[in-house]
Design a protein around this ligand. Structure first.
Ligand code: C5P
Length: 313
């Protein structure tokens, strides 16, 4: 049986609107999700014993059952118990490059890679949509992480429609090292403060359909970079920025530089700027470093990509 190495890209949110409450307790969302080439590397090795073990080069990442990559392997073992008994367990090694608690779906993309890798390792022959259905049980972003690229995401974030690729664009990412933000906290706080603005449950379907003909989708279809930059939006900024002045300042400083636009990704704490070339990305990164010379501020220049999970060997 083979070992597999996979590339697991991070995602950014070009658009995140919270539409309302769902009967399952989650929020109904309208999002535009985008993969970037900042990625973790996942290595899966069969160990011949009925055990799942996680290893990671970042000591902050938990290695126990709470790790989403572990949960993905446990889900597969439970669903395909014949394969698990026949082939045995797996050693999951994660080379962590995507920061944690950053709003970049780092945990979700590792889990997505485990689903894709075990499907191959155990010769299960699952289709991409079957893998996405399994991914949905692990987290709202996992189905997107499997397919990647540029997509409209509605429902909890799992109903996807792919859009024209934006891989000609670049993003400069900025995040304070010791500032993770809990997604659960961000959504809970948003509900406490803005539930009175939510669309009623019986109007959700109509509202969801309108996302597909929205301005951002049109801007992406016509590859109108300026317009895409202007339309970057994230409702969660309304709760995260007031609670974390450092993130607000970061967004403000990045907004002073010449870019297509700036927004926070997911529930933060990453803020990113979109730009049109690698040259501009490097320039923005240097200028931001001069404006905020804090050694705790981490910066990345990345390219947008049309790729989801990739099997490299
Ligand atoms: O799906 P996932 O486990 O990644 O979501 C993390 C948390 O984010 C949920 O427990 C919920 O508090 C919040 N969330 C939400 N509505 C969504 C997605 C996430 O309220 N559509």
């Amino acid at each position: 049986m083979h070992s597999y190495s996979l590339i697991a890209p991070a995602k950014i949110n070009l658009y995140l609107e919270i539409i309302g409450d769902r009967p399952d307790g989650y929020h109904e969302l309208a999002m535009l999700l985008q993969s970037i080439d900042l990625a973790d590397r996942i290595h899966l090795r069969p160990n011949g014993i009925q055990t799942i073990r996680v290893h990671c080069d970042d000591p902050q990442v938990p290695l126990d059952e709470s790790n989403l990559a572990y949960k993905a392997a446990a889900l597969m073992a439970g669903q395909f118990s014949d394969a698990y008994s026949r082939y045995g367990g797996v050693e999951i090694s994660i080379q962590k490059r995507i920061p944690i608690g950053a709003g970049l779906a780092g945990g979700s993309t590792d889990a997505a890679a485990v689903l894709v890798g075990l499907n191959l390792m155990w010769s299960l022959g699952l289709t991409q949509s079957e893998l996405q259905e399994l991914g949905e049980r692990l987290g709202s972003d996992v189905p997107f992480c499997i397919v990647g690229g540029t997509a409209i995401a509605t429902g909890r974030g799992e109903q996807l429609s792919s859009l024209r690729s934006l891989d000609h664009l670049y993003a400069v990412l900025a995040k304070y090292r010791d500032l993770p933000i809990s997604t659960v906290w961000a959504y809970k706080t948003y509900r406490q403060q803005f539930q009175n603005t939510y669309v009623a449950i019986n109007n959700l379907v109509e509202r969801k359909q309108r996302v597909h003909s929205g301005s951002m989708v049109a801007a992406i279809a016509s590859q109108d970079n300026q317009r895409i930059g202007q339309l970057l939006h994230n409702d969660l900024e309304k709760v995260v920025l007031p609670a974390h002045p450092q993130v607000a300042e970061l967004r403000d400083k990045l907004g002073q530089l010449e870019t297509l636009g700036v927004v926070m990704s997911g529930s933060g704490s990453t803020v990113f700027a979109l730009v049109e070339s690698q040259f501009q990305a490097e320039r923005v990164r240097q200028e931001l470093r001069e404006l905020l010379p804090d050694p705790n501020l981490e910066l990345w220049t990345t390219r947008l990509t049309h790729m989801g999970i990739q099997v490299v060997s």
